[in-house]
Design a protein around this ligand. Structure first.
Ligand code: F6P
Length: 458
């Protein structure tokens, strides 16, 4: 067979490319928690990583032989661009992402018409391309770790074509509750669940999402396979090296100049609806209204990056976010104080520098598979910062006892938590920050990988 005994399959791979002024591909940091977290873990591991060429730049980079990393074999799947767009935009992002995060505006969406059925066929095609690429490279009896909602059908395809392989499917998002899963076309829902059940095991970041999957199976009469829970963890050595880099140090001093001696609330997210940026800004507005002592004394630095910017929902959400920030600033700003600084220029060094400096880290998603930022912040923060964490993030299972919990739908509660965090006495900050670090350090990224490999063999 192909010679690889550990194969990872994910839509987004470790390398993403853009095009420079002359149209030549240049590497950019790969967006998203999953690719960012797995990259340091797998580099030099000897594994094979199968991923999509997601853009023209990625395709040009693959043509130019630029898709390579030390000690990691990269295999690039290259679906037809139109097929890929339908699978990624229409099925994965507009449907499955919205379903698992309970984001549908149900009076309008989903609208599973015949165009959607075509997109579902495209999704099947992309999954088939991945299964074929894995089948070609995988050694006899190899372990295959399939990641996320983009590739739900791959375990069943591999079970048919390569029954010798040991395939695990891992979901990095939440998994929908049965009532929400029912909004998918019934046969599609069943196809997803049956295909996942063909894996040797299905993994989730939280017991809540595992229960969602099992509840959907029970609801649709699908017999699930084995399941397990294994939260991912950041790599402290990788984070430490990044914090020490010259680019990060330069970004730190720029942020320090911006903030001066004011307190700093930070958020770092992908600009998208599940991250709940709007309620975060409304809560900051409410904080300034109800706690006048903080006017002029605190800055909220919201850093992020855009992705999936071909989707109408995302573009509309981005515009709304900008509007709300402008309104909060118009209401409270003074000549020498801008309350909210929003920057979605996707500058990972700046985001990382902000994590080292925050007094309060606000992580308030409406629903989130895990949220790695909630774990990275406490590891690198040098300010005994407080974590204000949504109870709907998978990471709350592990960190809830040392964080301040937030009901992410409740703006008044979020404002009250921000006020409490900002006014927290130093001894309590120190105690909570140390406890958070201890909780994060309980698990290493390697533990997550080992859990998946073990689940494949069980
Ligand atoms: O942040 C991790 C994640 O939510 C994964 O679940 C998923 O694979 C990834 O983001 C998708 O992001 P993108 O569409 O930007 O690749």
């Amino acid at each position: 067979m192909g010679g690889a005994d550990l194969v990872i399959a994910s839509n987004r791979g470790p390398l993403s490319f853009g095009l420079d002024g002359s149209g030549a591909p240049v590497a950019v940091d790969s967006a998203g928690g999953l690719a960012g977290a797995l990259h340091p873990l797998l580099e030099n591991s000897g594994a094979t990583w199968v991923a999509s060429a997601m853009s023209d730049a990625d395709r040009a980079a693959a043509d130019a032989g630029l898709m390579s990393r030390p000690g990691l074999a990269l295999v690039v799947v290259r679906p037809e661009p139109d097929t890929y767009r339908m699978a990624y935009d229409v099925v994965s992002n507009s449907t499955l992402w919205f379903c698992h995060h309970h984001l549908f505006d149900l009076a309008r969406r989903p609208r599973s018409g015949h165009r959607w059925s075509e997109a579902w066929d495209a999704y099947r095609d992309v999954n088939r391309s991945f299964a074929a690429a894995v089948a070609e490279v995988a050694d006899d009896g190899a372990t295959v770790l399939v990641q996320d909602y983009h590739l739900c059908l791959v375990p069943q395809m591999l079970a048919r074509d390569r029954p010798d392989l040991k395939t695990v499917h891992f979901t990095h998002t939440p998994f929908a509750d049965p009532n929400m899963f029912r909004v998918l076309p019934s046969e599609t829902g069943r196809e997803i669940l049956e295909a996942m059940a063909s894996a040797a095991a299905c993994g989730f970041h939280s017991a809540r999402w595992e229960a969602g999957y099992l509840g959907c199976c029970a609801d649709m009469g699908v017999e699930p396979g084995p399941t397990f829970v294994s939260p991912l963890a950041p790599d402290p050595a990788h984070l430490g090296a990044r914090a020490a880099s010259a680019a990060c140090r330069a970004a730190r001093s720029r942020i320090a100049d911006l903030v001066g001696d004011r307190r700093l609330v930070v958020r770092v997210d992908r600009l998208e609806p599940s991250k709940n940026l709007l309620r975060g800004f409304w809560a900051f507005d409410e904080l300034l209204e109800t706690h006048p002592e903080w006017r002029g004394e605190v800055v909220m630095l919201a850093l992020g990056y855009t992705s999936r910017d071909t989707l109408a929902e995302y573009l509309a959400y981005g515009t709304e976010v900008e509007h709300v920030v402008a309104r909060v600033n118009a209401r409270w700003a003074t000549d020498d104080w801008c309350p909210v600084v929003l920057d979605v220029a996707d500058d990972p060094d700046r985001s990382f520098a902000a994590l080292t400096l925050y007094d309060v880290l606000l992580v308030n998603p409406v629903r989130d598979g895990l949220n790695l930022v909630a774990k990275e912040g406490p590891l690198v923060n040098e300010n005994e910062g407080v974590l204000a964490l949504s109870r709907e993030a998978g990471a709350y299972d592990e960190l809830g006892e040392a964080a301040l919990g937030i009901n992410p739908f409740d703006v008044a509660d979020t404002a009250a938590v921000l006020a409490r965090a900002l006014a927290m006495p130093a001894p309590e900050r120190t105690r909570r920050a140390a406890a958070l670090r201890g909780l994060v350090e309980r698990r290493r990224a390697e533990d997550w990988l080992a859990d998946l490999v073990a689940a494949a063999g069980s």
